[in-house]
Design a protein around this ligand. Sequence first.
Ligand code: PEP
Ligand code: MG
Length: 849
Amino acid sequence: MQKLDLITDFAEITHGAAITTPTHGWRAKCLQRLGRLDMPVPRTVAVSAAAVQAIAAGRSLDCAGVLACFGPDALVSVRPSPENPEWGGPSTVLNIGMNAARHAGLVLTHGQAAADALYLRFVQGYAVHVARLDPDMFEIAEPSAQALRDALRAYRDEMDEPFPEDPARQLAEVLRSMARAWAGTSARLLRQSKGAPEDAPLGLVVQEMVQGMGQGLSGTGVIQFIDPVTGLEQITGRFVGQSQSTDLNDVCEEALYLTRDPRGPSLEDLAPEIFATLARQGAACRAKLREEMQIKFTIDRNSLAVIDAVRVPRSSRAGLRIAVELAQDGIITREEAILRVEPRALSELLHPQVDPRGPRDVVARGIAASPGAATGRIVFSSAAAQASESRGEACILVRRETAPEDIRGMHSAVGVLTERGGMTSHAAVIGRGLGLPCIVGASDLSFDAKALTITSKSGRKFVEGDVITVDGTTGEVLAGATEMLPPALDDAFRTLLSWADDVRDIGIRANADTPADALVARNFMAQGIGLCRTEHMFFEEARLVAMREMIFADTPADRAAALARLLPMQRDDFVQVFEIMQGLPVCIRLFDPPLHEFLPHSREGMRELAEALDRPLSEVIRRAEALAEFNPMLGMRGVRLGIVLPEIYDMQAQAIFEAVIEVARRGGSIVPEIMIPLVSARREVELVKTRIDAVAARVRTAKLTDFAFKLGVMVETPRAALRAGDIAQHAAFLSFGTNDLTQMTYGLSRDDAGRFMNTYVQQGVFPEDPFHILDVDGVGELLLIGAERGRQTREKLTLSICGEHGGNPESIAFCRKAGFDYVSCSPYRVPLARLAAAHLALLDPNDGN
Ligand code: PEP
Ligand code: MG
């Protein structure tokens, strides 16, 4: 009667058994595939996920039935088999079934020492992991007959019963403990952090042990056929004599080389036939399992068994190369290769490195936790990082250690430096996830959280705002900015992205403000520039002076004179940008920020300015005060400035047109796109358009040549989105500036939101920071309204997004579904966007244009 209650939901893994990943987990399925490839896999039984769930709920498996699948003297192991290998699982338990009788048998086959060691190991593992006894009581340095007796006695003393002799009971207890561990809170949280659903199932595999201990060549090893960091072909792994599979995790000096090596004996030397078999099996795995696998094998008295195989754990770089090479070898399709590479993983490959040829002013060293290098100003809090980002200023977030609430600050920083932590600390894990250069555990820097300083061992002190460079590849913190090398984009990277370009159906442009940005954009194969913020061209020293003269001009004539000095500089920039982009579209945004941003803020700066302009300090101060606004972001900026001081836009238009002519003279060609910022009414566009047309006519006449250009509008105010139908009468294109549009839709300052954003997100007011992840419900609705109304007026209206959201896969999906022509994002996000767009085209082919 009782037997009827036992669960019998298990199956021996034979070639034809009905084993599937959802029912039995990936490991069970993988072992079946290895068996089908005729690999010497020991007999294995798969316990279904449903059975494991029932065991966790208190029911029992028919363990005698499971063991009947094996020989009468077999020992078995139990390994976890979740649906996805990334989700982990409870630790493997080996040598189940060991008791006095089997120990005696093993003494005959494997010798006394091996038999004692195996029995002892089982007692230890069982006592600690299954009976949950104190590990200290079972810590034994050297296995011996005495140590075994001690361990058995310690078990009996603690549990008030002898160590269980019945293999079925042992197995039942192991299964119960593994099922419960999987159901426990910490395991659940851990796997959820790796993307597992809350109720992710766990299968288990019970496998006949191959000892790896005893006479002849015996031991356990792992072998893989690619370098896990680069993805290049190379045999790596280890083999440890007289060992079992769990020993491979220990550091062990006696490990053998796998391939022939001048430094010592290798498996290839000692067992060339076994080595050759493994190499053949690796190739078979690659071809038939369509993956680079790491094979775990045991050699028991000269005979080989393959006990397990997993996908080779790999860096992003290696993952990309593996996918490309599998496709190039015809093992998987190009589409599959594209889908195998997670777009966000690309950012790790894209970061600049410190140029080794340049000087390095090293002030501290830490753990190189996330590769790439970045230069920025020190900030000590996430709020400061967010404020810095909204000012367009690169910053390095410096913390004692980071916590989950720092995630928004990390998003805003170009690099992270922490005093504490290791490779798996929060900063390191998140830094790698974001592709953010990161150094952790820089303990030779002393961090004063009150005074907001960091001090190097040699006494050099750094305060907020100081510029440092974080070299996340070497773990070195450098003072100041350094020469950087552009990222190494290898052939595999380029190949994958060219395949992605073949399938995607939405354009990807870059936001690039300077010729240097344009070069990066071009290097990453952006299809043009979607936003060139021209004011960024004015911040260089010489230009700033002319700019300030323009701001302080008393009369239109004075202003025209100052602008005349800016014109050639701006024209030269445009010539360079156009030439770099080689005919690809370039969308230039006319001057946008409030003028006071160009004035000095300190008294000292004002004095210097007074000197440079040859005016009294009091007048400079008065004029600066007159420019101050209560809400500068909602004041005289964007097109409002263009209408009140139209000479600025006139100069910019002239510079653009003259640059077009110059590029044409040099044999190139470009149709520039001129974009008017911060529009809220059609009349604004009409006024600017009339002047720009007039400038174009003047330049055409003066230069006796013709050229074309497009005029469009940047939709950054809710009113512009609502009135897009009207506005589109004068606009060839609309580009949604979702930074300002988010700011204005929420009535939430971009510069101040950092102060309370964490609280808002924590309390669920906003699901996410809307400046980081596009608010599809609110801002998104304005985008849809604007797009629809704009296209009603002008069917061929070009639509795009150019706010910071442009590079997020979620926003790309939204824009693609809404029928936008392209997204524009920062140059370093272009590859990610290209790949994300390809994923969307492959996964949702009906959503695209
Ligand atoms: C925007 O507002 O979305 C935008 C791209 O412009 P800026 O960030 O320069 O205001
Ligand atoms: Mg804007």
